[in-house]
Write a new protein. Structure first.
Length: 194
């Protein structure tokens, strides 16, 4: 094979290796917890040589951050056309994603300053979360809901931040009822300000 042919592999071996490694990481974190996962264990589960992981990611923290960055939005709830329900659904899904095995470990790895000194992981995480809620806000505005929906900043401050805080610190009572309460409080206050 000539060098030119080997560089043109979209979806080739590199993608298959990444997919196998990511799948192995998610499974091992769910089974053992992030603190019990090692690069050699991931390599064994993925069926690749450990040197591949060390060469490509270097550390487990960097690998966890890569998994977090590339996790899809599969399962994110579709919009239903009612702002309250859409915000509740997005917030509940966010809570579920954070609360599942490894959810916080992946989040912490993605936003850890020692992984990316430029904080690209932190910005990407914020972009993904913001986009989820922006869709609901944009749809409400297009429907001409009155009073106007809250701003994205209000949603991040009043719904998203408390969810992340409570899950990171394992505060009891962080469940779907809590999510509905956050949304009700924000929408009630927003409607009173209008």
């Amino acid at each position: 094979m000539n060098a030119d042919a080997s560089t043109k592999r979209p979806g080739g071996r590199s993608s298959r290796v990444r997919a196998a490694v990511h799948s192995a990481v998610v499974a091992l974190v769910a089974e053992r917890g992030a603190d019990q996962v090692t690069l050699p264990a991931v390599a064994k589960r993925a069926g690749v040589n450990s040197s591949t992981l060390y060469r490509r990611w270097g550390t487990l923290a960097a690998l966890l951050a890569d998994v977090a960055e590339h996790r899809g939005e599969d399962g994110a709830p579709p919009l239903v056309g009612d702002l309250r329900t859409d915000l509740e659904n997005q917030a509940a899904w966010t809570l579920t994603e954070l609360s599942r095995p490894g959810g916080i470990a992946f989040f912490r790895a993605e936003v850890a300053p020692d992984i990316d000194e430029r904080h690209a992981g932190l910005r990407e995480c914020l972009r993904r979360v913001s986009a989820r809620f922006s869709l609901a806000l944009d749809a409400a505005r297009e429907r001409g809901e009155a009073p106007p929906p809250p701003s994205l900043e209000q949603i991040l401050d009043r719904i998203v931040a408390p969810l992340y805080f409570r899950v990171v610190f394992s505060i009891p009572g962080t469940d779907e009822a809590y999510v509905r309460g956050l949304v009700s409080e924000l929408l009630g206050e927003t409607r009173l300000e209008s």
